[in-house]
Design a protein around this ligand. Structure first.
Ligand SMILES: Nc1ncnc2c1ncn2[C@@H]1O[C@H](COP(=O)(O)OP(=O)(O)OP(=O)(O)O)[C@@H](O)[C@H]1O
Ligand SMILES: [Mg+2]
Length: 223
């Protein structure tokens, strides 16, 4: 039974939020109550409702379980920089136990939780703690978003190797074309299919205005 996924990517800005929101739609269509979570976010704005992060907003909007913003995105930093540096600058100690408590609360009111990582897989969140440690603690299968552009094969295989070394399963990966002029697209896809663990869950072409619903429909994910 699906309990959720941890969505990581080959880099920052490769489509994790886009794919996470599409994945939430897919899981909703399977009849599940779904929450989204962005445990650590750098790049926030202060609003009348408090400090907000765009990724967390989008996950919340896609979800069909309404939850407290502080559960969905417990650590929100203003500057769009590496999270452990942002935390240091703001004098905040990121407590992994608190993040896990938030995750468990979301889990208790949902059938599935889609957790979006920050940056790529091996991103420090504090001394000797990485975002990947949180995925391990939560025990969630991992989906790797491969931002398809030159260099992505190496990034994808390194990410997959590191996920597997952590002991977590790779539920699958998404072929997300970032470079509209990417050459040898089919050959790159075949190489990833040959070497990546798990199956290709979706193949998303470059789109000027990405369509979340269409991406959700193209997902190959069963209950
Ligand atoms: N297939 C695609 N075609 C065109 N644009 C895309 C595609 N996938 C993602 N993008 C665009 O790339 C940008 C980054 O996507 P997104 O915010 O989902 O990445 P991310 O990995 O979540 O980034 P972050 O590391 O900041 O959380 C967005 O503007 C998004 O619309
Ligand atoms: Mg994002």
């Amino acid at each position: 039974m699906i309990q959720g996924f941890f969505v990581t990517g080959t880099d920052t800005g490769v489509g994790k939020t886009l794919i996470s929101t599409a994945l939430i739609h897919v899981l909703r269509r399977l009849g599940l109550r779904v929450s989204g979570m962005k445990p650590v976010a750098s790049g926030c704005i202060d609003t009348d409702y408090g400090r907000r992060n765009e990724d967390a907003d989008r996950l919340l909007e896609a979800a069909n379980v309404s939850a407290d913003y502080d559960l969905i995105c417990p650590y929100r930093f203003m500057p769009p920089i590496a999270p452990h540096i942002a935390a240091q600058q703001e004098g905040i100690d990121i407590k992994t136990e608190q993040i896990l408590q938030c995750y468990q609360k979301l889990q208790s009111c949902s059938d599935a939780v889609v957790v979006e990582g920050v940056g790529g897989w091996q991103v420090p969140i504090k001394e000797d703690q990485f975002m990947s440690d949180l995925a391990v603690e939560a025990g969630l299968p991992v989906i790797i978003v491969v931002g398809v552009r030159l260099g992505c094969i190496n990034h994808a295989l390194l990410t997959a190797a590191s996920v597997l070394a952590s002991g977590l399963p790779v539920a699958g990966w998404v072929f997300n074309q970032l470079d509209p002029d990417m050459q040898q697209l089919d050959a790159v896809k075949q190489t990833l299919q040959a070497y990546m663990p798990g199956t290709m869950l979706a193949e998303i072409p470059f789109q000027d205005d990405p369509d979340v619903e269409a991406i959700a429909r193209s997902f190959q994910l069963s209950k």
